[in-house]
Design a protein around this ligand. Structure first.
Ligand code: SF4
Length: 522
């Protein structure tokens, strides 16, 4: 059980009391793991601490637990430091470790660091809910601990900043005075704290309700199991309000949807019928039309995937905070007229701007016209648009590439193919294992290095600091990962050919098997 209520737990309570209750009583079941965003948050913290106003900042040593953190804070303060990073405070059953505080007698100034440069404020000008909870929780706690809180600042990347040469932290970091918002919100926070403590006293977790956080919740797979098998938690194209409305009407399962004659759109109808009959839905005519549009085998067929980096601290000239750019690609090419499957790839060195070299190699690798399958049009077309704006001399080949891109995911997002194993999702990491269960060659978890896009970002960021030997190992892991992303596209496309009984599916499968034997040595 947690000893204290923290700002993080209070945020959880506000999002979902069920999740909060479980986290409060069983914190060991929710280990925290670093992702690229948290690592970037730390980089930004370092940048904030280099600002001139923090020249005399004293960093309190890392503490194993809350009590040690409190002891370290008292020691640092007694040694004469008034500007402290990672200072711990407690008031009754509330606890916080604050990013930076400045203490002068009983007066305190609080600095909360956030690495996002956008969506900090709502349209009304109020801080977003999470940030408002974070700062007001600390404001309230410090008042309770006997301090006068003179100012509260939110430190975040200045959205107007563009990098030109070395970054001056004082220009890059924005300091927003949010004291007035804390004062206005304090009563509300007090009520939330009382309600959260009352919740912890309950014998069992509160009844769950669909809410905006369910999609990312660590409990989402099991939370609604009590609704029964095939329940509405996995209904597609239904937001949480709709699901909550259904639950309030006693509609818990897909079978209930039908028996209550609930209004479903055509795609939901397909999903419900497919799940209840445990039969895949295949729109053969639509998939065949999609396949015919690819012009294969008259032209080669390409399978492309980019990896990108979105660093909080801009590392390229002219960039702003959290600006995205491509760092790597994998490209499979199925030669026309049933020629062999080939592979090419690009990976930047992590130090220099990779974009020009990447764009040039891509134009070269794709110079023979043909359709280019991507998976999720939200990524590659936008990056090609960036290149077109950046490199006018490459506009012609890049425009052809852009025009030839076809989104393979649309077969699944449009439910031209659906099966129960997909649940409410259609990412390639869901479709691939459903099509090829237990195939070790296609197992992302068996990859030796990066296993997902977030890992690839972390690894790319690390390249700049690694020794040559380790760098090679990491690069090799990144290449394997990106290769699998496009080989997955090849295999999904092949499976679709079989599903629509394409007369050449067997012949194409032999080409892919030959490649597989060669690449994977199987
Ligand atoms: S899945 Fe939704 S209702 Fe269940 S604990 Fe998570 S956020 Fe709460």
């Amino acid at each position: 059980m947690s000893s204290y209520l923290t700002k993080y737990l209070l945020r959880d309570f506000n999002a979902c009391p069920t999740l909060f209750y479980q986290k409060f009583h069983h914190p060991e079941a929710f280990p925290s793991a670093d992702n690229f965003a948290t690592l970037q948050g730390r980089e930004f913290e370092k940048m904030v601490k280099r600002c001139a106003r923090f020249a005399s900042l004293k960093e309190i040593p890392y503490a194993q637990n809350d009590e040690e953190g409190l002891r370290n804070t008292i020691q640092a303060f007694q040694s004469g430091s008034s500007l402290l990073a990672e200072a711990s405070f407690r008031a009754e059953k509330l606890f916080t470790r604050s990013d930076i505080v400045e203490i002068k007698g009983q007066e305190i100034t609080l600095y909360e660091i956030k690495s996002k440069s956008q969506n900090i404020y709502k349209k009304s000008g109020t801080l977003n809910e999470d940030y408002l909870t974070d700062v007001t929780f600390q404001y309230h706690l410090l008042l309770k601990a006997g301090y006068q809180v003179s100012k509260v600042y939110l430190c975040h990347p200045n959205e107007n900043f563009r990098r030109h040469g070395e970054i001056n932290p004082d220009e890059f970091v924005a300091f927003d005075d949010v004291t007035a918002q804390c004062r206005l919100h304090e009563k509300e926070i007090e009520k939330q704290i009382d309600a959260a403590f009352a919740c912890t006293q309950e014998k069992a977790a509160p009844v769950h309700h669909f809410n905006a956080g369910c999609g990312d919740c660590p409990l989402k797979k099991t939370c609604f199991d009590d609704f029964g098998a095939d329940n509405i938690s996995s209904l597609i194209r239904a937001n949480y309000q709709k699901k909550e409305q259904l639950a309030e009407q006693g509609i818990h399962t897909f079978a209930d949807l039908l028996s209550h004659q609930a209004t479903l759109d055509p795609k939901q109808q397909i999903q419900v019928e497919s799940v209840l009959s445990n039969t895949p839905h295949i729109d053969v005519a639509a998939i065949r039309k999609f396949m015919e549009g690819l012009n294969y085998p008259k032209q080669p067929l390409y399978f492309l995937d980019f990896e990108t980096l979105e660093p909080c601290i801009p590392d390229l000239e002219g960039f702003h905070a959290n600006q995205i750019y491509p760092t790597q690609y994998s490209l499979h090419k199925l030669e026309k007229d049933y020629g062999p499957l080939k592979h090419s790839e690009f990976l930047g060195d992590g130090i220099h701007d990779p974009r020009r070299a990447l764009a040039e190699q891509l134009c070269e690798d794709l110079k023979e016209p043909g359709k280019i399958l991507i998976y999720n049009k939200a990524m590659e077309p936008k990056r090609i648009d960036d290149f077109i704006a950046l490199y006018p001399d490459l506009k012609k080949p890049l425009s052809v590439i852009r025009k030839n891109m076809v989104d393979l995911m649309e077969i699944f997002s449009k439910l031209q193919y659906y099966e129960k194993a997909f649940g409410p999702r259609y990412s390639i990491k869901v479709v691939l294992p459903a099509f090829y269960p237990n195939d070790p060659v296609l197992d992302y978890h068996a990859l030796p290095g990066s296993q997902n896009g977030d890992d690839a970002q972390i690894d790319y960021y690390r390249l700049r600091t690694l020794e040559p030997k380790e760098k090679e190992t990491v690069r090799s892991g990144m290449l394997r990962y990106c290769h699998l992303d496009t080989f997955a596209e090849v295999k999904v496309w092949l499976k679709l050919l079989f599903l629509i009984a394409d007369s050449n599916a067997q012949r194409i499968a032999s080409l892919i098997r030959a490649y597989e034997r060669d690449y994977f040595k199987i």
